[in-house]
Write a protein that binds this ligand. Sequence first.
Ligand SMILES: *[C@@H]1O[C@H](CO)[C@@H](O)[C@H](O)[C@H]1NC(C)=O
Ligand SMILES: *[C@@H]1O[C@H](CO)[C@@H](O)[C@H](O)[C@H]1NC(C)=O
Ligand SMILES: *[C@@H]1O[C@H](CO)[C@@H](O)[C@H](O)[C@H]1NC(C)=O
Ligand SMILES: *[C@@H]1O[C@H](CO)[C@@H](O)[C@H](O)[C@H]1NC(C)=O
Ligand SMILES: *[C@@H]1O[C@H](CO)[C@@H](O)[C@H](O)[C@H]1NC(C)=O
Length: 306
Amino acid sequence: MVVLKFMVFATISCRFLWSLNTSRDDFELMDYTKLISEEHFAVGHPVVIVLPHGEQGSGNNAVFYLIKNLCAAVRWPIFVFNARYEMEANVFIETHKHGSYIILLSGPCQDWEEHISGFRQQLSILRFGNTWESWNPRAKFLVSVMSDCPHFYTTLISRAILNEFWSHGVVKALVLFKKSSEGRGKKSDQNTSHSTQDTHMEIQTWFPYKNSQRCDPAEGTVPVKVFTIRNFSYIRGNDIFKGHFIKNLHGCPIRVHVRIYQPFVNPPKRFWLNDSYYYDSYEDGLEIELLRIIGKSLNASLVIVD
Ligand SMILES: *[C@@H]1O[C@H](CO)[C@@H](O)[C@H](O)[C@H]1NC(C)=O
Ligand SMILES: *[C@@H]1O[C@H](CO)[C@@H](O)[C@H](O)[C@H]1NC(C)=O
Ligand SMILES: *[C@@H]1O[C@H](CO)[C@@H](O)[C@H](O)[C@H]1NC(C)=O
Ligand SMILES: *[C@@H]1O[C@H](CO)[C@@H](O)[C@H](O)[C@H]1NC(C)=O
Ligand SMILES: *[C@@H]1O[C@H](CO)[C@@H](O)[C@H](O)[C@H]1NC(C)=O
């Protein structure tokens, strides 16, 4: 039954949420999450909020605060995934394509591997569970990490997240962190001229195909890019989800599968490497020519196989 509950999607009753009492301690991350949603998520398309995996602690208030504010914005239908909270909810299975996703992670930084494994589980339930029809890897994904982690952990976390997304075909993804000067571990001993609470946000992402070293990352090799955000205007002024320059693949390989069908795809030329090994090279045919034109205009190196 626990599993069943876990897989359930719920529409939330926004009316109910108004009665929640949230204390205002640490909601900046949620304010930025909301702002990014408002600026960059398509109006009218469902927003899926994936609640933190595992048991809850102090993060509850912030989560409620976010949902309440997104509800108030009335821009999208909102679905809550992994509804462990006691909410007034109507369970249903919907079939509309999801427009965007907000995924919340929380917990101690040093246990990041555990959170990533929860994240992986949620992602695969979204994709293969009873909501598979709505799963939309072309959507925009925002992961908000509700822990103040040192830089060492944030890159590990975002690399693991972006890598996981990549394996699901997701490329429009941002990981959002709140950073107070040196993370929680080290309270600022230094006596700086800045105020003790030098807080900012960090967006971590990566741009596949940005250059020939960033084609298809092997496990753990996602080159993470970090952007420091100090105010709302940065979010407003930048197309933060861009960066996936599929107009220029910088020589990255694109695999194309073809079937021999003359005169569109003529049989390949066979090149023998030695007595027992060969490779086939598709070079002739109208469609092969077309592929070459496309490949050239995308600056991609084509790998044509059957
Ligand atoms: C709601 O917030 C008010 C003011 O912050 C506080 O006095 C009250 O005890 C809170 N109620 C609950 C149920 O937490
Ligand atoms: C910070 O520096 C000022 C002036 O140098 C000094 O008076 C103050 O005690 C220092 N504070 C801490 C916490 O070291
Ligand atoms: C907002 O932050 C950006 C950099 O993140 C900075 O260039 C800009 O001047 C800031 N704007 C304001 C109004 O502080
Ligand atoms: C195509 O990709 C190669 C390899 O990265 C690069 O050197 C070249 O500048 C690119 N061509 C264009 C037109 O961008
Ligand atoms: C033939 O070439 C393949 C690939 O280069 C190599 O692995 C294999 O050992 C070679 N076999 C012989 C008999 O040379």
